[in-house]
Write a new protein. Sequence first.
Length: 94
Amino acid sequence: MTNLYVDNLSARTSESSIRKLFETHGSVCRVHIVTVVSDQDASQPSCFGLVEMANDVEGQKAIAALNGTEFGGSTIRVTEALTKRMGSSGADWR
């Protein structure tokens, strides 16, 4: 499996829309969107997503096809996610 980091998402982006976008490049195992609201600018939340693709080939295909493209009114950045394994109480994105 390959985990991808998707940056610069619109605050209106849904997990289902990201899944649909990435499924054109392979099997998507899971999608998670995170919205961060800053105290300094609560009117402009920052959003990013994590997409788990079924294998490395499909993950690299999605990166090549989608990085730098426009989606939902924003130019998205798609890269391989950094791996940080959390303890048993946290998520396990590898």
